[in-house]
Design a binder for this molecule. Structure first.
Ligand SMILES: Cc1cc2nc3c(=O)[nH]c(=O)nc-3n(C[C@H](O)[C@H](O)[C@H](O)COP(=O)(O)O)c2cc1C
Length: 254
C-alpha cells in the first residue's frame, strides 16, 4: 500500500480511494456487464462519449428533462424490459460515497403502479378535509394515469455501516447517501425523458412508507425518499424561467 504523509492520515480513506488506479488503456476493451447477474459486477470505464464535444448529447438530455404531469399508460415502443435495463444501468453506475452503494429501488408497472397510487390516495383521504379533497384526488388520478412509478430508497444498514467503518466522516454519510440518491433520481428522470417518455418527481413519503413496506415486502432498513412517475407524454412541459447565471456562478483563472 502507498505510504501517506502524516498530516494527511486523517484523510487516508479518501486518499486511498483517489490513488487507486481507476483507468488503464485496457479500460476500452471492457464491455457493459451482464445485468442479470446476481453476483458482484465489476466494470471499468467505457469509451462511449470521450471526444471533445462528446458532452453535447448529454447536456441536451439534461436540458430536455422536464416535469411532465400529463401522462398516460402508453410507453410506445419502449418495453418494460427496456425501462428495467435503464434502471439497472443507472443503479449500477451512479456513484456513491466510498462506493458504499446505498441506493435501492422499487419499480412498479401497470396494476402495481395503479395500486401504489390507490394506496396513496386512500392515505391522503384520511388526512385531507373532505371539502378540499377534490384537487388531491385529481392529482392522484393524474399520477395513476401514468404507466409506472420508480420508488427511491436509501438503505440505512449501509449508511450506519459506513458511519462505523469511517468514524471521521460519521456525520457525513447520511447526507452523502442523499446526494447519491438524488443523482440516481436525476439520471433516471433524464434517461426516461431521453427515451421519449415523460416523468415527474413526487414525495409522498413518509406518509406511505408503512403501507409500501407491507405491500411490496420492503426491508425495514430501506428508507423511502422519492417517487418518479413515468408514462407516455400527452402534453409537453410548461414555460420555465431562469434567474441570471451571473448570480449563481463564479469562475476564476479561465
Ligand atoms: C429535489 C426536488 C424535489 C421535487 N419535489 C417535487 C414534488 O414533490 N412534487 C412535484 O410535483 N414536483 C417536484 N419537483 C419538481 C420541481 O418542481 C421541478 O423540477 C421544477 O419546478 C423545475 O421544473 P422542471 O422539472 O420542468 O425542469 C421536485 C424537484 C426536485 C429537484
Amino acid at each position: 500500500m502507498q505510504r501517506i504523509a502524516k498530516p494527511f492520515r486523517a484523510f487516508q480513506p479518501l486518499l486511498q480511494r483517489t490513488i487507486k488506479p481507476s483507468f488503464s488503456p485496457r479500460s476500452f476493451a471492457v464491455s457493459t456487464p451482464t445485468l442479470t447477474s446476481s453476483t458482484k459486477t465489476r466494470t471499468m470505464a467505457s469509451a462511449a462519449i470521450t471526444t471533445p464535444g462528446g458532452s453535447d448529447a448529454f447536456l441536451a438530455a439534461i436540458k430536455d428533462r422536464r416535469s411532465i404531469y400529463t401522462l398516460n399508460k402508453d410507453l410506445g415502443s419502449i418495453t418494460t424490459a427496456r425501462v428495467q435495463e435503464i434502471v439497472k444501468e443507472a443503479l449500477l453506475h451512479v456513484p456513491s460515497s466510498f462506493n458504499s452503494q446505498s441506493n435501492r429501488l422499487l419499480v412498479l408497472f401497470g396494476a402495481e403502479h395503479d395500486k401504489f397510487w390507490d394506496i396513496t390516495c386512500e392515505i391522503l383521504r384520511a388526512i385531507v378535509p373532505e371539502a378540499k379533497f377534490g384537487p388531491t384526488a385529481e392529482r392522484m388520478a393524474g399520477f395513476k394515469a401514468g404507466a409506472g412509478t420508480i420508488l427511491f430508497f436509501e438503505d440505512w444498514t449501509v449508511v450506519e455501516g459506513m458511519e462505523k467503518k469511517f468514524a471521521t466522516y460519521a456525520d457525513r454519510f447520511a447526507g452523502w447517501a442523499g446526494h447519491s440518491d438524488a443523482m440516481l433520481q436525476f439520471a433516471l428522470w433524464t434517461a426516461l425523458e431521453a427515451e421519449g417518455l415523460g416523468a415527474n418527481l413526487q414525495h409522498y413519503n413518509p406518509l406511505v412508507d408503512a403501507k409500501v413496506a407491507e405491500e411490496w415486502k420492503i426491508p425495514a432498513s430501506w428508507k423511502l425518499q422519492a417517487q418518479l412517475v413515468f408514462g407516455g407524454k400527452t402534453a409537453g412541459a410548461g414555460e420555465k424561467e431562469f434567474g441570471p447565471l451571473e448570480e449563481k456562478l463564479k469562475v476564476f483563472g479561465a
